[in-house]
Design a protein around this ligand. Structure first.
Ligand SMILES: Cc1ncc(COP(=O)(O)O)c(C=O)c1O
Length: 370
């Protein structure tokens, strides 16, 4: 009798490394006085209304939640406006899970997924490869990180199923323009679905593509949003997708029963209803982006103009070494060697206090390593 086989497409997972990571998810504390500037989290936290809603529902946790997530979907469409209906929404336990549900709903072995690196490729591959899909990389233009719709269209084959668009893009923080998306959407054949990962959309100041328009026009597109970023609910693990009703319905068909937990449902609804909080967060972090960029200018550090709550920058020090040096000084940041950028680091914007302390530490490291 032969032994059972694991799915051969699952990528190796360094579990022990993950278990021993310094990041325990608690945030800075007297035991761990560090600045968490590595996960693009929201340093201002969630709306106080969300905390209140979670506290109100906590005593009822012995009962299952409502079977359907309809109340949350209603709150989401009230927030988005544009005449969207709950039939155009499906929810996920995180933006990541929303991506996963989409991929599970459409990908079959041999299908091709086009992505444009450097991007959130690790996550996209983690889900699509075990489904037997093949990754086709059509990289962003080197140096500028411009998205190349013409090159993506040229790479489409009969096996192409998904085109991934990450906008604003992680880790570059750059924006894909409305014109570029328009050009892509005009040229796409009907057998291809666009997956627009827009979890940082709140932070964009201008020239953001009107991707909801494509949903309203019944095009082949699914947009993914998250409660982890501007809403400050990364620890809650809540996200959603927006698509034509037939697409949203097929994806929601993968939900298990009682899919969303009660705390997430209450938190998501309360978060949607406090848009003033989101506006405060966005205004604050845009201000922090301007302040940090001015400091990078002063220090003659190269960076890419951010459209999100994080900034990609480059120094003359290898990113892996700089990441270690910063960690020893209490700053958690992500080096981008794994994304093919061995001198680049990604800084998640923190409070002014954290950003100032980070700039001081970076200046000191650069001066002492001359
Ligand atoms: C581009 C992008 N997409 C999706 C996600 C997933 O977000 P979450 O699973 O926290 O909702 C992230 C998280 O950092 C991200 O950067």
């Amino acid at each position: 009798m032969s032994l059972f086989q694991f799915n051969p497409y699952i990528a190796p997972f360094k579990r022990e490394e993950a278990d021993n990571a310094l990041d325990d998810g608690r945030g800075p504390s007297p035991d761990m006085p560090c600045h968490r500037l590595q996960n693009n989290e929201n340093p201002l936290g969630p709306s106080p209304d969300v905390i209140e809603a979670i506290n109100a529902v906590a005593p009822t946790l012995s009962y299952y939640p409502q079977f359907s997530d309809i109340e949350l979907r209603r709150a989401i469409v009230e927030t988005l406006g544009r005449g969207l209906t709950p039939q155009q929404i499906f929810t996920g336990c995180s933006g990541f899970e929303a991506l996963e549900l989409i991929m599970r709903a459409v990908l079959m072995p041999g299908d091709e997924v086009i992505l444009s690196s450097p991007t959130f490729a690790g996550a996209y591959k983690k889900v699509s490869l075990p489904l037997g899909a093949k990754i086709i990389d059509v990289p962003l233009e080197p140096e500028t990180f411009r998205y190349r719709p013409e090159a993506v269209l040229a790479a489409i084959s009969e096996r192409t199923k998904l085109v991934m668009i990450c906008n604003p893009n992680n880790p570059t923080g750059t924006l894909i323009s409305a014109d570029a998306i328009d050009q892509l959407m005009r040229g796409l054949p009907d057998h291809v679905l666009v997956l627009a990962d827009e979890v940082y959309h709140h932070f964009v100041e201008d020239d953001f593509p009107d991707s909801l328009r494509y949903v309203l026009d019944e095009r082949n597109i699914v947009i993914v949003h998250s409660f982890s970023k501007a809403y400050g609910l990364a620890g809650m693990r809540l996200g959603y997708g927006i698509a034509r009703p037939d697409i949203a319905n097929a994806i929601a068909g993968l939900h298990r029963g009682f899919h969303q937990n009660k705390l997430s449902l209450a938190a998501g609804i309360a978060a949607c209803r406090d848009q003033a909080h989101v506006q405060r967060v966005v205004a604050c972090l845009r201000g922090e982006a301007r302040w940090v960029c001015a400091e990078f200018d002063r220090l003659d550090i190269r960076y890419w103009k951010p459209a999100a709550n994080f900034i990609l920058f480059e120094t003359r020090l290898p990113a892996d070494a700089l990441q270690e040096e910063l960690r020893d000084r209490g700053f958690l940041l992500r080096g981008q060697t794994g994304n093919g950028l061995p001198y680049a680091m990604r800084l998640s914007l923190g409070t002014r206090e954290a950003n100032k302390a980070f700039i001081n530490a970076l200046e000191d490291i650069l001066n002492t390593s001359r």
